[in-house]
Design a protein around this ligand. Structure first.
Ligand code: SAM
Ligand code: DTB
Ligand code: SF4
Length: 335
């Protein structure tokens, strides 16, 4: 483990972000290479367990009910469908499954009971289970932890100052509170953001500062490039330059040296060489499978060919040890 710092100033992070490009990549790659597993990539597969019809107004999101996107709304999946998807993801090379629901927040109802069953079932398959279900109370986070959840994804998306421009139906503080509740339940945190929303570089720096100054750095930090979707307010945003994606990944790698930085949405538009640069700059995880939640993503087979070409290996599940809450039932009784 490398030493971590939690009092980053905006000036310090900005100076890193604005370094000459190759100096920045070199510095990030050097830090990345101090980690013994630098040539391993964690492969996480996404599954949209409840699609569309969301009450929030996140201006990037095709799943918000108020925007008219060509999206087929789907109610909460059945347990069997999720297990089949998990089997397919595992066969494709994924060691983590992330289940996403287009909810504003979790409610204590039968749908949540079903999600708890899904978490138990996927955990039994020796995969790291992640959920992203919107806002959570401490008690709900604890229920997920008790069911064997490994990680909870809750992105802060942009800077606190820029947040109101992107989302009006909740506050930055709501977001940070859920992350606190996730930590209280001793789950690992997955939190990052999106670039290409029309934010300034200062907003990007401020977002990284919020993440890097958390008491414990998020164990995984997704860096998403906006996937502009027709019908959403951000549909006409220009494509994120690859240079910005590499700068964000490299800066995240430097300020949070032990976190897994995930090259997330946007890979479908990137060449293998562009992605190779992201791995060089410290990305150590991807979302794999031909769909993200609702938008296209490279196929498993193409990603495996990319790993072969670059000499990268896929990371096994529970590489940092299996937390007690994810021990399978029969193991617990054997102890
Ligand atoms: N509803 C839950 C929530 O908002 O936390 C979980 C699902 S939501 C789709 C998960 C994350 O996907 C968002 O926080 C955002 O970072 C990312 N996302 C959504 N739409 C996106 C888009 N068009 N391009 C890139 N990332 C996107
Ligand atoms: C994250 O940071 N990115 C993923 C996952 N966490 C949930 C979602 C990306 C969604 C891209 C748009 C879509 O496919 O709907
Ligand atoms: Fe709903 Fe999440 Fe999409 Fe926002 S990002 S509209 S909360 S599904």
């Amino acid at each position: 483990m490398q030493p971590t710092k939690h009092n980053w100033t905006k000036e310090e992070i900005s100076a890193i972000y604005h370094k000459p490009f190759l100096d920045l990549v070199y510095e990030a790659a050097t830090i990345h290479r101090e980690n013994a597993a630098y040539n391993e990539v964690q492969v996480s597969s996404l599954i949209s367990i409840k699609t569309g019809g969301c009450a929030e107004d996140c201006s990037y999101c095709p799943q918000a009910a108020r925007y008219h996107t060509d999206l087929e709304v789907q109610p909460l999946m059945q347990l069997g469908q999720v297990v089949s998807a998990a089997v397919k993801a595992k066969e494709g090379g994924a060691s983590r499954l992330c289940m996403g629901a287009a909810w504003r927040e979790v409610r204590d109802n039968r749908d949540f009971d079903r999600v708890i069953e899904m978490v138990k079932a996927v955990n039994e398959m020796d995969m790291e289970v992640c959920c992203t279900l919107g806002m959570l109370t401490e008690n709900q986070a604890q229920r997920l932890a008790d069911a064997g959840l490994y990680a909870y994804n809750h992105n802060i998306d942009t800077s606190e100052e820029d947040y109101k421009r992107i989302i009006t139906t909740r506050t930055y503080n709501d977001r940070l509170n859920t992350i606190k509740n996730v930590r209280k339940a001793k789950l690992t945190v997955c939190s990052g953001g999106i670039i290409g929303l029309g934010e300034t570089t200062e907003d990007r720096v401020a977002m990284l500062q919020t993440l890097a100054n958390m008491e414990v750095h998020p164990e995984s930090v997704p860096v998403n490039a906006l996937v502009p979707v027709k019908g959403t307010p951000l549909a006409d945003q220009p494509r994120v330059p690859i240079w910005d994606m590499v700068r964000m990944i490299a800066t995240a790698r430097i300020v949070m040296p032990n976190s897994v930085v995930r090259l997330s949405a946007g890979r479908n538009e990137m060449s293998t060489l562009e992605q190779a640069f992201c791995f060089m700059a410290g990305a150590s995880s991807i979302f794999a499978g031909d769909k993200l939640l609702t938008t296209p993503n490279p196929a498993f087979i193409d990603d495996m060919a990319m790993f072969e070409l670059l000499g990268l290996k896929t990371r096994d599940a529970f590489k940092n040890g299996r937390p007690a809450n994810t021990l399978k039932d029969e193991v617990v009784t054997a102890i």
